[in-house]
Design a protein around this ligand. Structure first.
Ligand code: AMP
Length: 539
């Protein structure tokens, strides 16, 4: 049969079959809020009805500025089933960047957490959504344009019926600033979300079953929370949503108390959790079958070994916002499990095998490189949940080849078994605690300081944040500038966590033959930099 792959089906099935399954959210004050798929799905229907009563039409964008909690899940389901587009907003971005993204996407409605009103306050002068709906525990509505989410939900029409959607209609969108300084929107359809959820739930992917208790630490604004909330809702598994409390003790308390069996986060989060486990042996009782998903940056060997010591299985995966985000997942094939430990570890450190329906090739120019585990090429991918363009940015179509593959910008090798290893990035972005920092943007801003002649910013490995920015600066003759002054200058445009933690003042910055900054040389010069442990990060 021709049957549409839509979230409307997921909503109806989950509420019918798994209405009693718990959705647990941690509130900002640390208290636990318990609800269920029954409640979340009913409220998602009410939200859809209210959006329709507010005259939102098919394809209209609804922005969410929210942490991970049950109301965000309501929006994940309720906005798409109304035929609207769930636009999750990265609350860690600078207000100017957020305002640009909201305007570029044309968000007609914004749903904002009460605790994020200070973020909203900083951008409200620059944006003009028609409705600003505040998810409020304490009833705070500080600006005249704000209305309460609870009231909004009551505004739907009685007897409202969800529209019949085509699977190719847009369901969600997300912006990435991953490869250049310009934020780029990626639109996901109902079909792509459903197919991605089916693949993500597979045993050789994230392995999410109905009986699991799933805790996505990865923010729901980062590439659909890696697709985990959609996949969990599709199979009806319990969801545990940590709200804004992302410190390791709070997370370990939840992992223990809610008997979590699946979780996902970037390496930085897991590093902090492992440190807390070592610091307080025996304090938490984690589920024997706990599996944790880790991606966003490469997972170091020390982390695999630490998880092994604690008897927790780590699943290494690679993805991108443009891929919804699942691209590859690393599980050992049955033919490899009896290999010597060193060989197994070498494979586990790779980003893994292509998920079903993700096709891959590593290219140099228009030649595909052999799968010999050595030859490097740029990873190109195609598949049914991979974006075919950026939203309203036709000038960036060169990221897609003429024969329909997406150029990831990641430089990889592929071994004869098909395991992909990310060797480097084509571009020189910095990834700190799972979030991108554009070196080019920082350089441009630094070079806007009156005392700075030239500046190059590079990523240097950091024990906690994976990478942090280091700025190499050449001052103008006769000028002086202290690091604090440069940081203050940059903080007019950047959030605190995006600022370089180290400034080195050089006479000369190494250059390539065509006169560009030779960043690889800079990275070599400052590899092993001793970071001030109190600085930096995206906390
Ligand atoms: P984003 O779109 O923000 O999720 O960033 C995607 C980029 O993160 C990829 O192009 C990679 O460069 C990087 N990335 C994601 N997962 C991994 C991983 N497991 N290992 C290394 N790099 C990764």
């Amino acid at each position: 049969m021709q049957f549409p792959l839509t979230l409307t089906h997921v909503l109806a099935r989950t509420e019918k079959l798994f209405g009693a399954v718990e959705i647990v959210s941690r509130r900002p004050d640390s208290s636990i809020h318990r609800s269920s798929y029954g409640e979340v799905c009913a409220r998602a229907r009410a939200l859809a009805s209210a959006l329709s009563a507010a005259s939102l039409e098919r394809g209209d964008r609804v922005g969410t500025l929210m942490w991970n909690h049950a109301v965000h899940l309501e929006a994940y389901l309720g906005v798409p089933v109304a035929g609207c587009v769930l636009h999750t907003l990265n609350l860690r971005l600078h207000p100017d960047e957020l305002a640009y993204i909201i305007k570029h996407a044309g968000d007609r409605v914004l749903i904002v957490d009460e605790t994020l009103l200070p973020v909203y306050e900083k951008l409200r002068g620059q944006i003009h959504p028609e409705r600003v709906i505040v998810v409020s525990v304490r009833g705070q509505l500080p600006f005249p344009e704000c209305e309460s989410y609870g009231d909004f939900l009551t505004q739907g029409k009685p007897g409202y019926e969800l529209p019949q959607l085509d699977e190719n209609e847009a369901a969600a969108m997300c912006y990435t600033s991953g490869t250049t300084g310009v934020p780029k929107g990626v639109v996901y359809t109902h079909r792509s979300v459903i197919l991605h959820s089916l693949a993500a739930a597979l045993p050789d992917a994230f392995a999410i079953a109905q009986a699991d208790s799933v805790l996505p630490v990865v923010p729901m604004f980062h590439a659909n929370g890696w697709g985990v909330p959609f996949a969990a809702a599709m199979v009806g598994s319990k969801l545990v949503l940590p709200g804004p409390r992302l410190d390791p003790v709070s997370l370990l308390d939840l992992l223990d108390q809610e008997k979590v069996t699946r979780s996902g986060a970037v390496p930085t989060v897991w590093m902090a959790i492992l440190a807390a486990l070592d610091e307080h042996p025996g304090r938490w009782k984690l589920q024997p079958g706990l599996r944790v998903l880790c991606g966003g940056s490469a997972v170091p060997e020390s982390m695999f070994r630490a998880f092994d010591r604690h008897g927790i299985e780590l699943i290494h995966a690679w993805g991108m916002t443009e891929l919804s985000p699942l691209g590859t997942v690393c599980h050992l094939k049955s033919s490899l499990v009896d290999r010597p430990e060193s060989e197994r570890m070498a494979t586990r450190l790779k980003q893994g095998l292509q998920a079903p329906f993700v096709e891959i090739r590593a290219m140099v120019g228009d030649q595909e490189v052999p799968w010999d585990g050595e030859t490097l090429g740029e990873l190109e991918v195609r598949g049914p949940w991979i974006a075919s363009s950026y939203y309203n940015l036709p000038d960036l179509q060169e990221r897609w080849t003429t024969d329909g593959w997406f150029r990831t910008g990641d430089i990889v090798n592929v071994d004869p078994e098909g395991y992909v290893k990310i060797a480097d990035r084509a571009k020189d972005l910095i990834k700190s605690g799972g979030e991108w920092i554009s070196s080019v943007d920082l350089e441009n801003a630094l070079m806007g300081h009156p005392a700075v002649r030239e500046a190059a910013v590079v990523a240097i490995a950091h024990p906690k944040w994976a990478e942090r920015p280091l700025a190499a600066v050449i001052l103008k003759d006769g000028c002086r500038a202290e690091p604090e002054e440069l940081r203050a200058h940059l903080s007019q445009k950047f959030s605190r966590w995006q600022l370089p933690d180290a400034f080195v003042f050089l006479e000369e910055i190494p250059r390539t033959s065509v006169g560009k900054f030779q960043k690889s040389r800079l990275r070599e010069m400052f590899a092993g930099w001793e970071w001030d442990q109190t600085a930096g990060g995206s906390a």
